[in-house]
Design a protein around this ligand. Structure first.
Ligand code: C2E
Ligand code: MG
Ligand code: MG
Ligand code: MG
Length: 286
């Protein structure tokens, strides 16, 4: 009896699982084409000085302009790229494209009055590639950019659980002069002792820490404590996920100097941000 039950269940689930696997296989094939072809596109989200509201950085966020599905978001394909080894090609494309774009903004007479860095997200798998440091050096050299204008955003887990090769890579990148930042801080592994040891200069605090501001009376004190902790470790803090003017004001009040979020700007296509850079000095633009 129980056997036939099991078979009955299988009958229900098998077609669905098969379908999921087919979908995934199709996606893997399509992603390979997307990387080789020109279906990937970068959007750029401003990082803003909280006191003057000037732009001090942009984060490059990859999207997949799929021929039939429209704009596919990174959470849907970055994990697949990581599992299949395609992330190094994808990451190389992001690096070169972002650096080239910054060069363009810095050389256009209509946009070059802004002074800001380019931030790209680096996958843990990138740190495992021996050529990664060389790729970064080459991209910067071919765009003739000062290495300090590039900041690499790394997740906590990539930096903290990393092995000797990761450590070596991080130290090499540091010597090269690029900025290193921990992304999504507060969601995972970091402890105070780690924060002090890591070869990074900036910490980007995850937006989940901000979302309860206003409703939970203990939250403001917590935010201030997190900020103090980061500074006590000699690091600079950037707050992400700022969605309201109140949040921006509050963070400025407790001494946070940099922020990013929908309140200032959503991630924008290159042409859209270029237009804003030409005509505006502060964000949000009005
Ligand atoms: P992330 O690096 O933490 O990027 C911030 C994400 O939060 C972005 O989502 C951004 O659109 C979103 N965001 C920004 N401001 C706000 C806000 O005020 N409220 C809310 N609710 N969300 C906000 P996105 O573009 O979907 O990217 C998701 C993740 O995908 C990124 O998280 C990053 O981990 C990864 N990713 C994106 N581009 C790349 C890339 O080129 N390479 C790699 N390896 N990963 C990437
Ligand atoms: Mg990021
Ligand atoms: Mg983040
Ligand atoms: Mg994230």
């Amino acid at each position: 009896e129980s056997k036939s039950d099991g078979r009955g269940r299988l009958k229900v689930f098998e077609p669905a699982m098969l379908h999921a696997r087919q979908m995934r296989n199709q996606l893997v094939g399509e992603l390979k084409e997307a990387i080789a072809g020109s279906q990937l596109v970068l959007h750029y989200q401003p990082i803003v000085r909280l006191d003057t509201r000037e732009i001090e950085g942009v984060e490059a966020l990859v999207r997949w302009n799929h021929p039939t599905r429209g704009l596919v978001m990174p959470d849907e394909f970055i994990p697949i790229a990581e599992e299949t080894g395609m992330i190094s090609d994808l990451g190389g494309w992001v690096l070169r494209t972002a650096v080239e774009q910054l060069k363009q903004w810095r050389s256009d007479p209509l946009t070059r009055r802004h002074h800001f860095s380019m931030r790209i997200n680096v996958s843990a798998a990138d740190l495992q590639r021996l050529e990664f440091v060389e790729d970064v050096r080459e991209a910067l050299a071919s765009a003739d950019l000062d290495p300090s204008l590039l900041v690499l955003e790394l997740t906590e887990s990539a930096v903290i659980q990393g092995n000797d090769l990761d450590r070596y890579t991080l130290n090499s990148l540091r010597r090269l002069g690029v900025g290193l930042e921990i992304d999504d801080f507060g969601t995972g592994y970091s402890s105070i002792s780690y924060l002090r040891q890591l070869p990074v200069d900036t910490v980007k605090v995850d937006r989940t820490l901000l979302s309860a501001l206003g409703s939970d009376p203990s939250q403001p004190a917590l935010l201030a404590a997190v900020l103090q902790l980061i500074r006590a470790c000699g690091l600079k803090a950037v707050w992400e996920g700022i969605e309201t003017a109140e949040q921006a004001e509050y963070l400025l009040g407790i001494g946070c100097t940099s922020g990013q979020g929908y309140f200032f700007s959503r991630p924008l296509a290159e042409a859209q941000l270029t237009e804003q850079l030409k005509h505006h000095d502060t964000w949000p633009v009005s």
